[in-house]
Structure formats: structure tokens, C-alpha cells
Design a protein around this ligand. Sequence first.
Ligand code: GKR
Ligand code: MG
Length: 406
Amino acid sequence: MKISDLIITPLAFADPPLLNSTGVHEPLALRTVVQLVVDGGLVGLGEGSGEREVLDRLELVRAAIIGQSVFDTSAIELIVAAVLGPDVTPLQKRAVFSIIEVACLDAQGKLLGVPVVDLLGGAVRSEVPYSGYLFYKWAGHPDAVADGWGEALDPAGIIDQARRMIDLHGFRSLKLKGGVFPPDEEIAAMRALAGAFPGMPLRIDPNGAWSVETSKYVARELAGVLEYLEDPTLTTAAMAEVAAVASMPLATNMCVISPETVPEAVRLNAVQIVLSDHHYWGGLRHTRELGAICDTFGLGMSMHSNSHLGISLAAMTHVAAATPNLAYACDTHYPWNSLDDVVTTPFEFVDGALAVPAGPGLGVGLNEAKLAELSRRYVESGRTTRADTAYMRLVDPAYDPTLPRF
Ligand code: GKR
Ligand code: MG
């Protein structure tokens, strides 16, 4: 069954002012949806980064994959690599291939009448737990009305946000995006969460905003409070220094990001948990392979997310269900973005988990009207890249994103 077209649509969707270690989310987040058409008109869906360079690369490989069998994803990966050439890094190539691979798997599942999880070895769990992703945030974007989530700039605001997340979605673990305020304030927020939700697994992720010394301090202060400590500091060597004294496991989606980065992390015992992300590990099959790599080296596995819509969430859920050692609750930004979803039936978490879509394929339909609306919004916005720092500087011109900050 041959690929006859690849329709590439960049989108912009509403995003609240979520703070992180490099600035703040802009009012619109960018994403790309692909519709991979096979002979006979059947369509496979894929979703990934909306950065201009990813779109340009998808356009570049489009002609070369038309005419390939939708079942030949290994060959398609080689074609993508060859077309993009030596100036594009393996990581950048994987970001492009992953979008196409997911669309191929969706099409394969639809052709065979089976869910994608069955193409990945079958489900080892019928539902996938997700973690409630908490952010410090402003009440609303500058010059806009407050959004429904309200302000969260201190422990009380974070507790209110967590309560709302749990009331709405039933999450059974929580993660705070840190690296925003001085560490003692974020330590206080984590302690407040532990007090308000006894027994709830808790994580904090400052995205490398802390020095090694600060990371060791936070690890000491939060001993017994955290399920894991995510990317406290930048670089594998620095993570290893922290891991040597921390009582809790260290997790990462910043220093182990590709097969090439695994050996050093293992040699230094820098991390104990790898956050997978099929968007940059090269698709669902390679994510499943990451599970085997983690098994080999005794590493735990969780899942990273960035602002995304329901096609990605479906793919994340299928691969998490098929990966035995992906045993930690996965990250997702979905509650922040679900109102603008392009799938016909947006996902609903039950007790913080998603049932694996029954399929066929990813098990999601495309809301064409919403796709057209978000595509128009993308064009009208004139935006082509994410710029958290530049957006923050509109409010705080002196904002300095240099890490480590604390
Ligand atoms: O959405 O601001 C954000 C996050 O900071 C995101 O960009 C990170 O990639 O969620 C991510 C993480 O776990 O590092
Ligand atoms: Mg992270």
C-alpha cells in the first residue's frame, strides 16, 4: 500500500502564560499535523513540533516518501536521513521522521483493523497513568482577561492549581515546573503539596536552572518528599555529581535525549530515570527500543511532554501501553491545551489515566473544521518559532535566561 500524499499543516492554538526557566509560554503554541494519504484515500495522522525548521524539513522529504509502502518505515527513516543530509543532526532528523512514522503506524493500523499498540507488541497495561503538570503562572496573558486557571505564583496558588487538576482529571501524581523562583520558594511549594496531598508521588523539574551546589541543597531539603528530581542541573557530568549524594532518583529529558547520549550517562551513573519522548527519539518503535535500552542498564522510564494536541496524546498512550518498564505516570501538557484540540473526540482522563484507544490505528479522528481554524490562526499570527524568553522580556526587559540561574 503506497503513500500517495503528505499534507503538512502548521497550527497555532491557545496556551496559558506558563512560567519556566527560560521565560513564559506565549498566547499561541505551535504544532504541525500531517495527513499521510495512501492509495485509495485512507489517511494516517501524525503530530509534532511546529517550529519552522521542522516544517521546512517535512516539505523537503515529502516528495521522496511519496510512492513508498506505508509499511516500510525502516526504509522511510533512511530516506528521511538521506534527503536531509549531513548538515541536519540525527536528533533533528528523528524529529521529522517521528511525525511521519506515527502517521504510517496510524495508516497501518487502519488498513489492518488493529490499534497502533498491537503494532508495537500489544498492550501490557489497559490504561496509561498521567501526572498532573503544575506550572507557576500569571492570571492571564498581559493585556488579556484572566484565564480560568487563575494566578499561581506561590505555594497557595500551586495547591489551588493542583486541587483543580485533581478535581478535573483525577491525577494520582504531580509534577511542578520549577526553575522560576528562588529554590527555597519552590521547596516550600513542594512541601506544601506533600502536606496537602499525603502519599501523592511528587516531582519537580527546574530544567537545569540550578547549579550543582543548589541542586544538592534542594535534594537534601526534599529528601523523603520527591518521587524523583528531574533535570536539576545542566550536563550529564553535573547530574552525576548531584546523583552521587541525592537520596531520590534523578530523571532527565535534557541530558539523555538520544541513543548517543546514553553511554556517558550510564558510565557516570548520572540519571536513574529517562523520560522518553517519541517526538525526538524517532517515533514509537524507537521509543519501545529505548525501553529495552533502559532495561539493559537498569534505568527507570517515564515520559516527557511539551505543549501538544490529541494526536500526539494518542501516540504517547499507545507506546506507553506497549512499553513494560515505562512504569512511571507520564507527563502531559494536554489539560492546558485540550480546548483547542483537533481530534473529533477530545480525551478525558479518568482517575488520572487514559484508556488505550481501541483503534483502528491511533483511534482518533480529525476535526477538519478545527484544523482549518487553527491553521488560519497560524498564518494570521505570523509566528514560526517558540520564543519564551522574548515574550518574557516584553514584561521584564532585563530578564536573563542564562542557566544556571540559582
Ligand atoms: O512547557 O514550559 C514548558 C516545559 O518546560 C517544557 O518546555 C519542557 O520541555 O515539559 C518539559 C520538560 O519536562 O522539560
Ligand atoms: Mg523535564
